[in-house]
Design a protein around this ligand. Structure first.
Ligand code: PEP
Length: 250
């Protein structure tokens, strides 16, 4: 049975005191959640605090990014070892904002994935087409290429540490959501692509999250689709009641 996951990407939001408040609310509301694995991804400066504050709950902490090198002269960067050393075992890689604003390419992301896996970390790998890709009906090939370029070289045994997050770029932070049928169609395509490149059982086991303007009022019908195993949530993850409602829609 593959895992159901609801993950909140807080992006560059919430200073330390705001983080403490949100963590405490989430711990009360979702700290004993059994239906889904709940993950929160605060900003780097608050990750350690999050790991401490969430002790005793089932909520785990992810980083929003990571450098591909083990260590060295990379001013301003954070390594896998630094994350693991403070109790962060999961990293989000490939978010469309990293690709668009920080020039992250598939080749770079393949390196980051390798480093994370080498350090025994779990990766939430984000990918998805842009609006023009969907308009020109090339969304399936764009998504297939992103998967191929970043993940097709990994060893079969590493798939247990991979979570996929399909996030159509046109639906992120825009209020525009893929319809439940559009999400299901793409998630089934992704699973089939993994089955062909690896094995049907790897494809069957991997959790595929949907991300893109998931809100309390649309989460249930998206999560009800058979190949949607949860969500990666941006804006609505910043409010404890909204995130709780989305998590409970699983
Ligand atoms: C995201 O940034 O991963 C995301 C899905 O954002 P939002 O929910 O705000 O669209």
């Amino acid at each position: 049975m593959r895992k159901k996951i609801v993950a909140g990407n807080w992006k560059m939001n919430k200073n330390l005191s705001e983080t403490e408040v949100l963590l405490s609310e989430l711990k009360t509301k979702l700290g004993a959640s059994k239906e889904a694995n709940i993950i929160v991804a605060p900003t780097f400066t608050n990750l350690y605090k999050a790991t401490q504050d969430l002790k005793g709950s089932s909520i785990t902490v992810a980083a929003q990014n990571m450098h591909q090198a083990d260590n060295g002269a990379f001013t301003g960067e954070i390594s896998a070892d630094m994350l693991k050393n403070i109790g962060v075992e999961t990293v989000i890689l490939g978010h469309s904002e990293r690709r668009a604003y920080f020039g992250e390419t598939d080749a770079l992301l393949a390196d980051k994935v390798n480093t994370a896996l080498k350090h025994g970390m779990k990766v939430i790998f984000c990918f998805g087409e842009e609006l023009q890709d969907r308009k020109s009906n090339s969304h399936f090939s764009v998504v297939e290429n992103q998967l191929k370029n970043v993940l097709f070289h990994i060893k079969e045994e590493h798939w247990k540490n991979i979570v996929l997050a399909y996030e159509p770029v046109w639906a992120i932070g825009t209020g525009e959501t893929a319809s439940p049928d559009q999400a299901q169609e793409m998630h089934a395509f992704i699973r089939n692509t993994i089955a062909n490149a690896f094995t049907p059982s790897i494809a069957d086991e991997v959790s595929i999250l949907y991300g893109g303007s998931v809100k309390p009022n649309n989460a249930e019908e998206i999560f009800a689709k058979p190949d949607v195993d949860g969500g990666l949530i941006g804006g609505a993850a910043l409010d404890a009641s909204s995130f709780e409602a989305i998590a409970n829609a699983i």
